[in-house]
Ligand binder design. Structure first.
Ligand SMILES: *Cc1c(COP(=O)(O)O)cnc(C)c1O
Length: 446
C-alpha cells in the first residue's frame, strides 16, 4: 500500500530530525498550523494529499518529545519496538473490550499486565487492567476501594450511590498529585472532605504526622512526587493504615518503576503491601500514548465496581477487560506494552530506569558545580534547579525554552520558583545531557 509507505517514509524523516530540530516548534511552524483552519470542505481529498498536509504542516508543529532532550513534565518517548508494534496493532484495528473481539489482544494484555506487576512489585493475584493513564488508573483503583470500604459498612454503593452513604475518611498527602484529587472528586469524595497529611522537605508524607484512625479509611500514598521524584515511606505508613483496617492505594505513576531496578528498588520498599496500585506505561516504560495500568488486590472489588452485564455480552469464564475498567471499546494497549517489555527484557527495563536516574544525577552535579542550586535530593529521575531569585529562575526557564536545544518546564517548590528536569526517555544519551547543560548555562541570565 503506497499510502502506508508514504506514512512510514514521513515517520522515518521525522525520527531522523530528532537530534537536530528545535525541541519546541518554531514560531514559523506554529504559524503553519493556520493551513488546517477551514470549515469541513464539501469535497474529499486524496489520501496521499491528506497525509502530505499532515506531514508538511503537522510534523514541524509537533513537540520533539520523542527525542532525547525533552525534560518537561514526566514524559517518556516511545521505544522503537513499541512504536512499530503500535503501528501494526493500529492496522489490526482491534477492539479489546472482550476476548471474543480480539483473542490476540486479550492474551497480550494479560501477559503484559503480569510482567508489569512483577516489575512493580505488585502481588501476582492482583487483577490488572490497561487504561488511558494514571488519572484513570487512580480512578479505577479508587472505585474498587470505595466499593469495598462501603460494603464493609453495609452500604451497596453501586446500587445506592453516594448520597446518604456512611462517611469514609480519605487520607492524602499534602503533595498528592492533582489527578488523584480529581479521581477522588469524580467518585464523590469532595476535596474539602480530605484529610491532608503534612509532607517533609522532599514532599513525602510524614509518618509522625499521620492521623490516628479509629475506623477503616481510604489512605492514598504516592510513589513518585511529580517535582522531586520522592516516594512516600510505605514501610512506615502502611502498617499505620492497616491498624484501622484501611484500604491503601498507591499513585505510582512513574515512581513505582523504581522497583524495576535493584539499585532503586529500596525506595519502593513496602509498596507490595498495598491494596491497589496505579501507574503509567507512557511515562517510564516508554510506550506510545496513551497507556496506564491499574491493579487491585481484590479482584472481586474491582469487578464489583467496574462490571456491567447485558444480554448480548458474554458472561462467566474469564474476567473480560471491560469488567475491570471504566472503558468498554478501547485500543490494544497491551500490544505496545508487551513489545516494549519483550524487547527490553527485565535487564533492559532496569537499565532504562538506572540510566535515567544516572542522567538526572549528572544534570544535578554539573549544574551545581556551575553555581546553580539543586532544591531536591536527586534519588530518582527528577531534578529541581533554581537560581538565586525567582525572577532570574523564571527568565532562565524562558530562555532555555527559546534556545530550543532542550525543553524544561517550571514549577514552584516549597515557595521557590524552580526549573524541572525530568529524565524519562530511553533516547536520552550522555551527549544529550551535555548539550542540554551547555544550553542551560548559556541561557542563564546575567
Ligand atoms: C503523571 C502523573 C499522574 C497523571 O498521569 P496521566 O498519565 O497524565 O493521567 C498521576 N500521578 C502522578 C504522581 C503523576 O506523575
Amino acid at each position: 500500500m503506497d499510502l502506508y509507505a508514504q506514512a512510514l517514509a514521513a515517520a522515518r524523516r521525522y525520527a531522523e530530525d530528532r537530534s537536530t530540530r528545535a525541541v519546541f516548534p518554531t514560531a514559523e511552524a506554529l504559524e503553519g498550523l493556520g493551513a488546517f483552519e477551514s470549515d469541513l470542505p464539501d469535497d474529499g481529498l486524496a489520501e496521499e494529499e491528506v497525509l502530505a498536509l499532515l506531514d508538511r504542516f503537522g510534523s514541524p508543529a509537533s513537540v520533539m518529545s520523542s527525542g532525547g532532550r525533552y525534560f518537561g513534565f514526566v514524559t517518556g518517548s516511545s521505544l522503537p519496538a513499541a512504536t512499530a508494534a503500535h503501528w501494526l496493532a493500529t492496522a489490526w484495528d482491534q477492539n479489546s473490550a472482550l476476548a471474543v473481539m480480539s483473542p490476540v489482544v486479550a492474551r497480550l494484555d494479560d501477559i503484559a499486565l503480569s510482567w508489569i506487576a512483577d516489575l512493580l512489585g505488585i502481588p501476582p493475584q492482583a487483577l490488572g487492567t490497561f487504561v488511558t493513564g494514571a488519572t484513570m488508573a487512580n480512578f479505577t483503583c479508587l472505585a474498587a476501594a470505595r466499593h469495598s470500604l462501603l460494603q464493609e459498612q453495609g452500604w451497596d454503593v453501586e446500587a445506592k450511590g453516594m448520597f446518604g452513604a456512611p462517611a469514609i475518611p480519605v487520607i492524602v498527602g499534602e503533595e498528592a498529585h492533582v489527578s488523584l484529587l480529581k479521581a477522588l472528586r469524580l467518585l464523590g469524595f469532595g476535596t474539602d472532605s480530605l484529610l491532608r497529611v503534612p509532607a517533609d522537605s522532599q514532599g513525602r508524607m510524614r509518618p509522625d504526622a499521620f492521623p490516628t484512625l479509629t475506623t477503616p479509611a481510604l489512605v492514598c500514598l504516592q510513589a513518585g512526587n511529580v517535582n522531586t521524584g520522592a516516594l512516600d515511606p510505605a514501610e512506615s505508613l502502611i502498617p499505620l493504615a492497616r491498624a484501622s483496617g484501611s484500604w491503601v492505594h498507591v499513585d505510582g505513576a512513574f515512581g513505582l518503576w523504581a522497583n524495576a531496578s535493584a539499585s532503586s528498588a529500596p525506595l519502593a520498599a513496602g509498596y507490595e503491601q498495598a491494596d491497589s496500585w496505579a501507574s503509567d506505561c507512557h511515562k517510564w516504560l516508554n510506550v506510545p500514548y496513551d497507556s496506564g495500568v491499574a491493579f487491585v488486590r481484590s479482584a472481586a472489588a474491582l469487578v464489583a465496581a467496574m462490571g456491567s452485564t447485558a444480554s448480548y455480552l458474554p458472561s462467566g469464564g474469564t474476567i473480560e477487560a471491560m469488567q475491570r475498567s471504566p472503558e468498554s471499546s478501547r485500543r490494544a494497549r497491551g500490544v505496545d506494552a508487551w513489545a516494549a517489555l519483550r524487547s527490553l527484557g527485565k535487564k533492559g527495563v532496569a537499565e532504562l530506569v538506572d540510566r535515567c536516574c544516572h542522567h538526572a544525577r549528572s544534570f544535578a552535579g554539573r549544574l551545581e558545580e556551575a553555581g546553580c542550586q539543586i532544591l531536591n535530593e536527586v534519588a530518582l529521575n527528577q531534578v529541581l534547579v533554581a537560581l538565586d531569585s525567582d525572577e532570574r529562575t523564571t527568565a532562565w526557564i524562558e530562555a532555555v525554552q527559546r534556545d530550543g536545544a532542550c525543553w524544561c518546564g517550571g514549577t514552584v517548590w516549597q515557595g521557590r520558583k524552580a526549573m524541572r528536569i525530568s529524565v524519562s526517555s530511553w533516547a536520552t544519551t550522555r551527549h544529550d545531557v551535555k548539550i542540554s547543560v551547555e544550553s542551560m548555562l548559556r541561557c542563564r541570565p546575567a
